[in-house]
Design a protein around this ligand. Structure first.
Ligand code: PEP
Length: 263
């Protein structure tokens, strides 16, 4: 059975002291789950502090984004080289908030993906369709195109460093993405269908053995009450968690559920 990968994306929700406090709680709460791959993506300003707190523990450090160049005149951007220097092992790329709010194209995400691989950061590549795209029957087409363009020129060897996160935009608990109306997690069936599609896409592209070995995370309003529903789907190998990752007491039961399922 593939090891579950559970990631926490803290977005712009935890300040410097807050991050230190929560990270210490996470270390205490999660140290017993050594059968799960865990990463936390705090704000850039907390990376150095959290690298020290997570050192020697089972929690890996992730960045929420990066620039596609090493350095240069890019005001307000962050160098992937320095993220690596800060101790990041993973980098989230193509999150819907980057794609849809900051207009990052899949072509640009592909440049970031290739640079992350060059630097030695493991990409957590996010894909997902909007409600409108789903209602128009375009969900597979959108996810397929995002995969195809974002993974252009990624070799069979390189793809083995990836985590792919399926995050339907309409399911993400984000008012930046879903300004009005109800936000709900996907049903088991909705998640299962799209995860099967992504798995098949990877198998077609990279062959059986490699395609089946890449962890697929579901993301979108995952919490302690619904995570088992997702983690028991064949092609769901973990979760990318936003809201329920910013408190140790919310995140721990999610990791704990995955850990139990590994036994
Ligand atoms: C996310 O933004 O990646 C996410 C899944 O958020 P939430 O868990 O809050 O829906």
């Amino acid at each position: 059975m593939m090891k579950y990968v559970i990631g926490g994306n803290w977005k712009m929700k935890r300040g410097i002291q807050d991050s230190i406090d929560v990270a210490k709680e996470m270390v205490n709460e999660l140290e017993k789950y050594d059968n799960i791959e865990i990463f936390i993506a705090p704000s850039y300003t907390s990376l150095r502090d959290l690298a020290k707190i997570f050192e020697g523990t089972n929690i890996k450090l992730a960045a929420q984004n990066m620039h596609e160049k090493d350095k240069g005149s890019y005001t307000g951007e962050i160098s992937p080289v320095w993220l690596k220097d800060c101790g990041c092992e993973y980098v989230i790329l193509g999150h819907s908030e980057r794609r849809r709010v900051y207009n990052e194209s899949s072509e640009r995400i592909n440049e970031k993906v290739l640079k992350a691989l060059e630097i030695g950061l493991k990409p957590v590549l996010c894909v997902g369709e909007s409600a409108e795209e789903r209602n128009n029957g375009q969900a597979e087409e959108i996810n397929g195109t995002q995969l195809e363009v974002s993974l252009k020129e990624v070799s069979s060897e390189q793809i083995q460093n990836f985590v792919i996160a399926y995050e339907p935009v309409w399911a993400i608990n984000s008012r930046a993405l879903n300004p009005v109306g109800e936000i709900r997690a996907a049903t088991r069936k909705e998640a299962e269908e799209m995860h099967n599609f992504i798995r098949n896409w990877l198998v077609n592209q990279y062959g059986d053995e490699i395609g089946n070995s890449i962890p697929l995370q579901y993301g979108g309003s995952v919490d302690k009450d619904n995570c088992k529903k997702f983690f028991t789907v064949d092609n769901i190998n973990g979760g990318l968690v936003g809201t329920a990752s910013i408190k140790a007491t919310d995140f721990e039961p999610i990791v704990g559920t995955a850990s139990e399922l590994m036994k």
